[in-house]
Write a new protein. Structure first.
Length: 303
């Protein structure tokens, strides 16, 4: 049974859906303003400094825990369907990640759709990665993570890096990743009454905005399930069992196994979309983050 604390995310998501139902044509600026409250359910990690920076022409924010390893970096791509979310909404959640791992986190404020359609977001992530390399951070000291659409970017960024003949990072940790632009997973139906936020209609609307007119829904840099995944570094996927996007995680794990990539998939019982936002509030989120940290630390060369 989920903890009582986890109800806070359910309440937030139900409030969003109620607002969207009442105003189905909500203007983009109002939608983004509503999603800026995503981080309200996350506790302050404490002992973390936040510094805004320019990462190779892309706005970004450092989350720097006290006494962390400065030469190890967690490169973070925020969620929000490529349309909403920001480095501000995700400041605290990735501050928790950085603190648990003992490294810096760079949260990339990539350009969002519809102003910055595919392949704009993945190109922005690659710019930030190149910038880290230019700062003297070695690829084996970088790990990627991201949630929802950002979880997709935690995979597609590596495919783009490989296409540009850049060295790959040490690992990647997608959280509740959204990959399938067509929302074909069976869990869109089986979890329809359990997931309080994500519906097939919402995903299809976000996909249309992200891809733009005439965008290729099967391009590997939009949906990596259609890409060549061979040679990618180890990947650890976490997802809630109540999510409509659950099949995206399952399909990714299966495709990675077939490609010979080391992959770990955790389905957290009765958890909602990106339950990690409850860091410092709900035990399920804190445990999940500790599991990710324990997995990635040795891959970054941290004891």
């Amino acid at each position: 049974m989920p903890s009582k604390q986890s109800d806070q995310l359910v309440t937030l998501y139900k409030g969003w859906i109620a607002a969207l139902t009442a105003n189905p044509n909500m203007p983009l600026d109002e939608l983004r303003a509503m999603f800026e409250h995503w981080g309200d359910v996350t506790a302050e990690p404490g002992g973390v400094d936040y510094i805004e920076t320019d990462a190779g022409g892309v706005p970004a924010m450092w989350a720097v825990p006290k006494n962390c390893a400065k030469d190890r970096v967690l490169l973070c791509s925020h969620g929000g369907g490529y349309v909403t979310g920001s480095m501000y909404t995700h400041r605290k959640i990735y501050g928790h990640f950085a603190k648990a791992i003992g490294c810096r986190a760079l949260i990339v404020h990539y350009g969002r759709a519809p102003e910055n359609v595919h392949p704009g977001p993945v190109a922005d992530m690659v710019k930030a990665y190149r910038w880290l390399l230019d700062q003297g951070i070695t690829p084996n000291h970088i790990a990627l993570t991201g949630d929802s659409a950002g979880g997709g970017l935690a995979i597609t960024t590596m495919l783009r890096l490989r296409d540009e003949a850049l060295p790959l990072p040490a690992a990647s940790m997608p959280l509740s990743p959204w990959l399938d632009m067509d929302a074909t997973g069976a869990t869109f139906d089986s979890n329809k009454e359990r997931d309080v936020l994500v519906t097939r209609e919402i995903i299809q609307g976000m996909a249309a905005a992200f891809l733009g007119e005439g965008g290729d829904r099967r391009h590997p840099h939009a949906n990596p399930l259609h890409g060549d995944l061979r040679g990618l570094p180890p990947i650890y996927i976490q997802v809630g069992s109540y999510e409509t996007l659950l099949d995206d995680s399952r399909a990714l794990a299966e495709a990675l196994r077939k490609a010979g990539v080391e992959v770990k998939l955790d389905e957290h019982p009765e958890m909602q979309h990106v339950f990690h936002f409850l860091a410092g509030v709900a035990p399920e989120a804190d445990q999940a983050i500790q599991q990710l940290a324990a997995w990635v630390r040795p891959k970054l060369g941290l004891a």
